[in-house]
Design a protein around this ligand. Structure first.
Ligand code: ADP
Length: 166
């Protein structure tokens, strides 16, 4: 039988516990998840594509069923190439709705064989975003609760030491 394969595209700049939570949930539904880190020229990323891929590889190095790749170009073309019928995305608070629906419907226009599946993270991660973490770090706040330790360490190298929250 063909593998149920989903691709999970995103900037992942950097990976957070929200992204990780989503992949763990998706592993219960799919045989294989390919995380595709987008080389997004439009977005000003803090981390290079190599570093963002490396973070993901470290997070999932012992997890069966997860692969990591990078992507420049259209998500639906990539899905076709790897024979995935599903694009996985996360839905957080209402702020994600407009953008995610627009993209899901556009992708369906571009490729009828591919559908988007949305998963909702645990309540603990509902408001978490890579952007928020960078803002907290910039203001020297503690980010240990939101990203893996090695990612937090790397962020501190960029923004300087953070103060523990009270
Ligand atoms: P984008 O692809 O828009 O640059 P990200 O790389 O931050 O965004 O996220 C990739 C996907 O993961 C998006 O579908 C986003 O909604 C989802 N996501 C991000 N953070 C969370 C979270 N805390 N919980 C659930 N889904 C999330």
């Amino acid at each position: 039988m063909e593998k149920r394969r989903a691709i999970y595209p995103g900037s992942f700049d950097p990976v957070t516990y929200g992204h990780i939570d989503l992949v763990r949930r998706a592993l219960l539904l799919f045989d294989e998840i390919i995380i595709v880190v987008a080389i997004n020229a439009g977005k000003n990323a803090l981390f290079t594509i190599e570093e963002r891929v490396d973070f993901m590889k470290r997070v999932f190095k012992n997890t069966r069923g997860v692969k990591i790749d990078s992507l420049e170009g259209l998500t639906v073309n990539y899905a076709r190439k790897v024979k995935a019928r599903t694009i996985l995305r996360g839905l957080r608070a209402t702020s994600d709705f407009d953008y995610e629906f627009q993209m899901a419907l556009t992708n369906r226009r571009l490729s009828k064989e591919v559908d988007t599946v949305f998963l909702v993270p645990s309540e603990d991660h509902f408001y978490l975003s890579s952007r928020l973490i960078k803002e907290i770090a910039m203001l020297k706040g503690d980010i240990e609760d939101f990203v893996p330790t090695f990612v937090a360490k790397r962020i501190r190298q960029i923004y300087g030491e953070t103060s523990k929250s009270v």
